[in-house]
Design a protein around this ligand. Structure first.
Ligand SMILES: C[S@@+](CC[C@H](N)C(=O)[O-])C[C@H]1O[C@@H](n2cnc3c(N)ncnc32)[C@H](O)[C@@H]1O
Length: 276
């Protein structure tokens, strides 16, 4: 399955050339919360994919739709020469602080501002979805002929701990955003088709669990309200009202150990590929 959101999409394939700018404004509206309270949840997926892709000091890596650069920072710690691109200037500011030596740019993944064949590895963690073939064509262009691609995406619905969050988003977003917020599509078969149609040959695929951990419900709500898909719902009902909705939705997920915390595990799918 694919989880995305139109105006704030992680994978916006609209023909409107300005649409990526709107996506960046949405994702950057609460940049610090996204960067520090949310993005680190993907670390198991980041580390696993970098391992599969042999990211090392010899690697020139670009992370596409890199958000606040948490993954890029991990790649830099492996010694890679790191570039990244995201639509949000506020998130890129944090990415630059995390990896001062990196080449981190604000821009559109459908028109990467990088030269042909300039990277050994391209990754995108929940940044490229079904319908974004053109972003993959760009990824292929900037990879060397021997380059490696790695993508993650939301996995099975039955293994998605954050489903109550996405249900709340759908219920409170304007109708124009609902159908795009949650749709079937990010299955391994769909991703394999997406790769093939954009000039890649699938190498490996699998799943990996990621876990959001928050010390209390209010922190969880701050984090979730900062995610791009929340933006249309916040615009529709207001920030405080949407936070109340999230509090109700997430309350049943409190840790059963007796602490105030929440540990919410979801599945990512992942694929690796090479230029065909
Ligand atoms: C789900 S977040 C993923 C961020 C990061 N990769 C991570 O692992 O947390 C999606 C990201 O895609 C970015 N984005 C959306 N549309 C974009 C576009 N057309 N070009 C570049 N980035 C885009 C958003 O700004 C956001 O940071």
């Amino acid at each position: 399955m694919t989880v995305t959101s139109t105006a704030t999409a992680s994978a916006d394939s609209s023909p409107d050339p300005e649409r990526w700018i709107q996506a960046g404004i949405g994702w950057g509206a609460r940049a610090a919360e996204w960067a520090y309270l949310f993005e680190p949840y993907a670390r198991p997926a980041n580390e696993m994919l970098f391992g599969r892709l042999d990211v090392s000091p010899a690697t020139r890596l670009v992370d596409i739709a890199c958000g606040s650069g948490f993954a890029a920072q991990l790649a830099a710690r492996r010694g890679a020469t790191v570039s990244g691109l995201d639509a949000s200037a506020a998130l890129i500011d944090i990415a630059r602080a995390r990896t001062p030596d990196g080449d981190l740019r604000v821009g559109d993944m459908f028109a990467l501002p990088f030269a042909d064949a300039s990277f050994d590895v391209a990754t995108s963690f929940n940044g490229i979805w079904s319908g974004c073939e053109d972003a993959l064509v760009e990824a292929r262009r900037v990879l060397t002929p021997e380059g490696r691609l790695g993508l993650t995406y939301w996995g099975s619905l039955d293994r998605m701990g954050l489903l109550p969050y996405f249900r709340a988003v759908i219920e409170h977003s304007p109708a124009s955003h609902q159908s795009a917020t949650m749709e079937q599509g990010g299955t391994s078969a769909v991703m394999a088709g997406l790769l093939e149609s954009s000039g890649f040959a699938l190498t490996e695929q699998g799943t990996v669990d990621v876990t959001n951990e928050w010390p209390d419900l209010d922190t969880a709500v701050r984090a979730l309200a900062a995610a791009g898909p929340s933006v249309p719902a916040i615009e529709a009902v207001g920030y405080d009202a949407f936070c109340d909705v999230l509090r109700d939705a997430m309350d049943p997920l409190r840790d059963t150990s007796g602490s105030t915390g929440l540990r919410v595990t979801s599945e990512f799918g992942w694929v690796t590929a090479r230029p065909a």
